[in-house]
Design a protein around this ligand. Structure first.
Ligand code: FAD
Length: 315
């Protein structure tokens, strides 16, 4: 059975959940082989985790020549591994970095690429959400090594252990790959909440909050959710742009999306309409958001959310 390369998304060796989801999908296509690019000191913990979630092999790539540069060295790592092992497919997390790596890699390998998949079938057919989530398309790569980026929360991690055989891989990074150097990077402020694009639950607030996000944050914390915002809330200066959900913000696809005081403009829907279950709280029963909800509450969010939070915390 051919390997399926999975580029590991991690922070200082802590493997992020979307990578575990990729491993579950990789099992459908062949033998999951995780590609961990990071320092040797971080590799051991990451390898254990990857093994526990089904990695048959873990390629450990020292990051001395990779860190400090933008994506191209990682492209070269994957290119060289692909040329070495002729994988059945290469899976990456659909984010800014994953998609850029995937695009560059597809050109180098002369392969087809599919981005923003929400499922991958045993035969490699992907389900893809396109045009801001307005259409669902089934597509399959027909040339070269299929390169597929998958949206977070599209699969359930499968805690069935693999062999986890570790193989060190030493890539040859070209000088041309090192032309874009990172001069400074700021860690994301720790909020104690999950990252917006990978959270299983997102609680968002819009103009209807009037700038008071306390009820939104209270409910989010009771549910272990991430906080999101509409552009109106961001443009008003109530929340930073990194919280914005929508066409010009982040695209989320959680199990549960709770929209509060958000009218449901097309540009906001573009970022959340593939959520599995959608709940809205809005005081206007004709707000367009109610067209796409599974559950709707007509009411003032300043009353509804604290009451809901209290009920949840009491459980
Ligand atoms: P509004 O449309 O003003 O809606 C506020 C809602 O709150 C209303 O439905 C009201 O009934 C309700 N409300 C008021 N008070 C309460 C209360 N006390 N309790 C309950 N409900 C209450 N928008 C995005 O969100 N993300 C994007 O990425 C994005 N990109 C854009 C890109 C372009 C090119 C353009 C042109 C627009 C974009 N927009 C985006 C803006 C979008 O068109 C809307 O203007 C925006 O989403 C509206 O935000 P809102 O729903 O919070 O505000």
């Amino acid at each position: 059975m051919s390997e399926v390369l999975v580029l590991v998304d991690h922070v200082d060796g802590a493997v992020r959940k979307p990578t575990l989801e990729l491993l579950a999908l990789a099992k459908k296509l062949g033998e999951p082989a995780a590609v961990f690019i990071g320092g040797a000191d971080k590799a051991a913990g990451a390898t254990e985790k990857l093994k526990a979630f089904g990695a048959e092999k873990v390629y450990v790539v020292d990051d001395t020549e990779v860190k400090g540069y933008l994506v191209v060295p990682k492209v070269e790592v994957l290119q060289q591994l692909a040329e070495k092992s002729s994988p059945a497919a290469i899976l990456l997390v659909s984010g800014y970095e994953g998609k850029e790596i995937a695009g560059r890699l597809a050109i180098r390998l002369e392969s087809g690429i599919i981005t923003d998949a929400v499922d991958v079938a045993d035969d490699g057919t992907t389900t893809q959400s396109v045009f801001a989530g307005n259409f669902t398309v089934q597509a399959k790569v027909t040339r070269g090594t299929p390169i597929i980026t998958v949206k977070p929360n599209s699969a359930t991690p499968d805690e069935t252990a693999g062999a986890g055989t570790v193989e060190e891989f030493v890539p040859t990074i070209s000088d041309a790959a090192k032309t874009a150097q990172i001069v400074a990077s700021q860690p994301r402020k720790a909020t104690g909440r999950p990252e917006l694009t990978e959270a299983a639950i997102v609680v968002s607030g819009g103009r209807g909050t009037g700038g008071d996000f306390a009820p939104i944050e209270g409910l989010a914390d009771a549910l272990g959710a991430a906080v999101g915002a509409s552009r109106a809330a961001v443009d008003s200066g109530w929340m930073p742009h990194s919280f914005q959900v929508g066409q010009t913000g982040k695209v989320v696809s959680p199990q549960l999306y709770v929209a509060n005081g958000i009218s449901g403009a097309i540009q906001h829907r573009a970022g959340m309409q593939t959520s599995k279950t959608i709940v809205a709280v809005n005081k206007d029963d004709e707000a367009p958001i109610f067209e796409l909800v599974d559950f709707g509450v007509v009411g003032d969010l300043h009353q509804v959310l604290p009451a809901a939070t209290e009920q949840i915390e009491a459980k």
